[in-house]
Design a protein around this ligand. Sequence first.
Ligand code: MNI
Length: 481
Amino acid sequence: MRLGARVGRWGAAVSVLAVAAALLVAVGPAGAGPVRTASGHRWITDDQGRALVLTGLNTASSAKSRPDGLPWIKEGDVQREADALGSNFVRFLIQWRSVEPEPGAYDDGYLDRVAERVRWYGARGIHVMLDLHQDVYGPAVKGNGAPAWATEADGLPVAERGQWELKYIEPGTVRAFDHFWGTRPGGRDLRAHYAAAWAHVAARFADDPAVLGYNLMNEPFGGSVQGPAFEAGPLAALYRQTIDAVRAVDRDSWIFVEPEAVSANWGLPSALPYLPDPRGDGEDARIAYAPHLYPLPMDLGGGYTGDTATWVDRTLASWREQTEKTARRLGAPVLIGEYGLDATLPGAPAYVARVRAMADELGAGTAYWSNDPGSWAPWDQNLRPTALLPVLDRPQPRAVAGDPVAYAWDAESRTLTLSWRPKPGVRGDTEVYLPARSFPHGGLVTGSGVAGAWDSKSRTLHITSGADGAGGTSVRIRPAP
Ligand code: MNI
């Protein structure tokens, strides 16, 4: 988990900063300006063809270490999240060790318990992405994710490190990854097992309406093969194999892929290649791109103030440029699968607001890391709001009945603007979440030929647009008096 002690943890990491700074300069700022979403990547759509703007939390880091492989939540916690944040999405962590405790033997009892939790979300209109999580490979090398039977470290050591990320570069961890990827002579190559495990999970959830899709692997790490050689080589091969295995049992769920974490999290380029979807290409494909966002200046212990804020902003610009580039290559919609920070850092709320504004410009979904009570969460150990809650609980389109052109929330004037173009075959209303903190009496929509209906229970404004909206629809939403 992202533990608190990031400050000063990178004793020997000054050189890392120097290298990364050099790389950021090499990549260059996003000087050419943003590429509009509507002309760039695609949208994740619901069963009515509406574009979904996915917003929610990662749930939860606690699943990594608990013997049962499940997050800490009870059903009441899902209700609390729905009430407090209006989430329409969750990135739900599951563990390979729990799915396949022995080679080829799957624990359907575990998947039943996952399915029970999926129902808690589904009952509240929250779309679920199942994330087969790992950090530092698996428990047998002091990480989480992979089962012990699939961990071959050849007796090499893994020292316990105060800074958990450093366990990635311990000899035993690197060897376990190398054997998984089959990149060492005589190694086992466990990718077929991984793909088969995913096929088992997908077969279980293919017809579950609450499950939107599958995140094939959290924060992939290449062991001794890194960078483009890893992403275009063994990682892409795993993805192709797993996509094919999933599609053999589930034609329609979205499949989310992540880049190599150690570079893309910081805004460096990804070499992930186009991944064909057996269900079809172009508009038919359902492969989505789900990178994480953790600017290095903050990893090194900074908040979002002063010089650090300047460096973070530069990182955000390059992160955005690289993400758009990779998403276009993949023909994929974008979801920021993780972003987050310690709320006690100076400028934390401003950082979250900044990322959310960038996500809106990108047309990307967001899953905040995480829902584990504490200083990184919208609630503390006593489930009382932290400084993050008011900034995470923000007006947001949920579903757009057409092709979104742009949307933005201006906190100062309490105005949400939203425009979209008509798209054939789309049914239903455009839906916008309006929290009580800024819209105590609901919202009023203005725009030519539009009508709004306020549902105070779900705090959702339903917008219908007139028959002739051929040129598109543009609306402004303001608080009702
Ligand atoms: O910060 C990281 C991270 C740093 C370094 C490395 N390597 C050296 C390979 C990999 C990853 N990850 C960010 C967060 N994502 C996980 C969950 O997916 C959180 O627990 C991490 O803090």
